[in-house]
Write a protein that binds this ligand. Structure first.
Ligand code: FES
Length: 233
């Protein structure tokens, strides 16, 4: 989806905690690029299961959290990495690119990605999960390293510190990022848009339909509280 210049600037400002980050040159490049994509949905508060705001201070480093956004059946991985995630250009195998706005929170280390593998759309479900984040110290043997999101279905790997870009095929497209807004005063988080370029996802989102959009809040839980079995690879 193409966006106008004003929408792009708004998105960048929010993703960067109210300050326009990123190099102006890259921003202009991104706006001009055919593949740039930011789709705005409802601004939704992330909560605990008791519907209290889920504070960024509660997000443990290296833990896999899950919530659903922008539809009730679209799972999203919420991660607090060990490093600041800077805004950066994300390129797909097909050469198109867009700008990931970087991390949010006090250390700009919190990011969220749609947990649907862009290869054949494997996603977590309550019985079993094949896609997860491998934090530092937990090596994915199929990838041969850590600090990576891997899908055990066929071995695709993505870099959560670099906008979800593909580190290992067969996936062609980066993970779609969820744009987060951090409220400094309340320490709460909102999800408000998807950022990425992943043409096949249009079909998934179309199937889900308007009626199932998440509207006001979405509960966050640990991945291992959501799913019975996490497959590691
Ligand atoms: S579905 Fe994930 S690697 Fe194939």
């Amino acid at each position: 989806m193409k966006i106008c210049r004003r929408d792009a600037l708004k998105g960048f400002a929010v993703g960067a905690g109210g300050i326009l980050l990123g190099k102006p040159f890259d921003l202009l490049e991104a706006i001009a690029a055919e593949g740039y994509s930011r789709r705005e949905y409802n601004r939704v508060l992330l909560t605990t299961e008791n519907k209290e705001p889920f504070k960024t201070s509660e997000i443990k480093k290296n833990e896999n959290y899950i919530f659903f956004y922008p539809y009730h059946n679209i799972p999203v991985l919420l991660l607090n990495l060990n490093e600041t995630i800077e805004p950066l250009k994300v390129e797909s195998e097909t050469g198109q690119f867009y700008i990931h706005p970087g991390g949010v929170g006090a250390n700009k280390s919190i990011a969220a990605y749609v947990a649907i593998c862009t290869h054949e759309f494997v996603r977590p479900n309550p019985s079993e999960t094949l896609i997860k984040y491998y934090p530092p110290g937990e090596t994915s043997f199929i990838y041969g390293g850590d600090n990576v999101i891997c899908c055990c279905a066929h071995g695709s790997a993505y870099n959560p510190s670099a906008g979800g870009k593909v580190m290992q095929i067969p996936a062609e497209y980066p993970l779609t990022a969820v744009e987060l807004e951090w409220d400094f005063n309340s320490d709460s988080l909102y999800a408000k848009a998807l950022i990425g370029r992943n043409p096949p996802f249009k079909e998934i989102f179309k199937e889900d339909g308007e009626g199932k959009l998440v509207t006001e809040n979405t509960p966050v839980k640990k991945l291992n509280d959501y799913t019975k079995k996490i497959v590691r690879c």
